[in-house]
Design a protein around this ligand. Structure first.
Ligand code: FAD
Length: 376
């Protein structure tokens, strides 16, 4: 029971998607996570409409719609001097706690035949006779996994990527720290995902029903280092009245933070391994697409792994096709993400762009359409 075709480290969206696709094709898959599910996850809790067809392919669409969720039909964007509500065209997104969404995915991976090892923290990874030997520890002791291929899907601070030497000087982290706060007694209108620019960063607000909302924000790490949350809310959020009025009546609880918020792409394949999701690349959460990127790269990693395992060739040369597939599938969205990030961090450019909307419905609506369209 310890020999597998693929050992997947990390059972978030990227790892679970890869596990679902590989187990469905009949491969023996070990899905290993240091956490025990359901577990909380720092996130804005918005599922971009881009994912609908993918949710269907992964077999979670019906379960998702049957779960407690909020239907999201518009983006509200604000700067200190402008505000716009931009409805989605013919699609809707979802507001849902990651604890619940990720649990759906893990359950689906198990239903497809993957073996889930929760609460297991990998401690060593080495090649032995052309095969990977991965050692992991849980509360009660050590266990070993042998696998032909390893998929690292263990998030932005990926142990696997570090272990495999995939983190280079070019993948140094950027300047922002991410926070997530739970709000109660909040008056955020249902059905919207909100993005607010403020000096030094930007915030996203997602109503989750019953007066609860998720406030996640990115802020320059020098500010985060010097000021506590209360001071950030008072000194920075108040510079954008739209954001201030959204947050002011609420009670703030459960502060979580994460660093780095972004970094340049890492080398996402090598001899016998692939990296998927945030382990390979993090785009800033400004457009709420991180889960989509993770799921899609997990699906593409599974396709590349399938081709390599079928040929009996898991060399870097064979696995290079994965890199090309990711670029082909995701490059356009990543470019739009970079453009929107650049605008949000420059409100003096963003505000006139938003006002242009009242004249001819263009170009801010066009940008939202690009971000919130369903992918094939
Ligand atoms: C502030 C903020 C707000 C965001 N808001 C949104 C949003 O609204 N919508 C959206 O789509 N995206 C959002 N994102 C991005 C999104 O959270 C990520 O892109 C997404 O979670 C990536 O999925 P993943 O599977 O690659 O990694 P993760 O979701 O990080 O999953 C990694 C898994 O690996 C496990 N793990 C970690 N280390 C180890 C280890 N050493 N051994 C074993 N297991 C390990 C973890 O327990 C976890 O289960 C946001 C990000 C931030 C920082």
């Amino acid at each position: 029971m310890n020999r597998f075709d693929a050992a997947i480290v990390g059972a978030g969206p990227a790892g679970s998607a890869a596990a679902i696709c590989l187990a469905r094709r009949g491969y023996a898959v070990a899905l290993i996570d240091k956490a025990v599910f359901p577990r909380d996850k720092l996130c804005g809790d918005f599922l971009n409409p881009a994912g609908w067809n993918l949710f269907g392919r992964l077999g979670i669409r019906d379960a998702l719609l049957a779960s407690d969720h909020q239907k999201v039909t518009a983006f509200r964007v604000s700067t200190a001097s402008a505000e716009a509500l931009i409805p989605f065209t013919r699609v809707f997104g979802v507001g849902m706690r990651r604890r619940a969404f990720d649990d759906l995915l893990v359950k689906q991976a198990v239903a497809e035949g993957a073996l889930l090892y929760e609460g297991v923290k990998p401690s060593a990874l080495e090649r032995e006779s052309g095969c990977w030997k991965l050692r992991g520890e849980n509360g009660s002791g050590e266990r070993e996994f042998f696998a032909r291929l390893v998929i690292g899907a263990d998030g932005r601070n990926s142990w696997t990527a570090q272990r495999l030497g995939a983190i280079t000087a070019q993948s140094r982290p950027g300047r922002f720290v991410g926070f997530q706060l739970n709000l109660t007694g909040c008056r955020v209108p249902a059905g919207e995902i909100q993005i607010h620019a403020f000096p030094g960063g930007y915030a996203g607000v997602m109503a989750l029903g019953g007066g609860a909302a998720n406030l996640s924000f990115a802020i320059d790490r020098t500010i985060a280092r010097e000021q506590p949350i209360d001071a950030i809310v008072a000194n920075h959020f108040s510079k954008n009245l739209h954001l201030h009025e959204t947050v002011a009546p609420s009670t703030i609880a459960a502060v979580r933070s994460i660093y780095p918020l972004d970094f340049a792409p890492r080398r996402r394949y090598g001899d016998g391994f692939l990296l998927a999701g945030d382990a390979a690349r993090v785009t800033e959460p400004v457009t709420g697409e991180g889960v989509y990127f993770a799921l899609r790269s997990g699906e593409l990693a599974a396709a590349a792994a399938d081709a390599a395992l079928t040929r009996g060739d898991v060399s870097a040369r064979q696995l290079a096709a994965y890199d090309a597939a990711c670029r082909g599938a995701l490059a356009r969205r990543q470019a739009v993400n970079r453009l929107i990030r650049a605008l949000i961090l420059r409100p003096y450019l963003m505000a006139p762009l938003m006002r242009l909307k009242t004249k001819n419905n263009f170009p801010i609506n066009r940008l939202v359409d690009e971000v919130c369209r369903a992918e094939p």
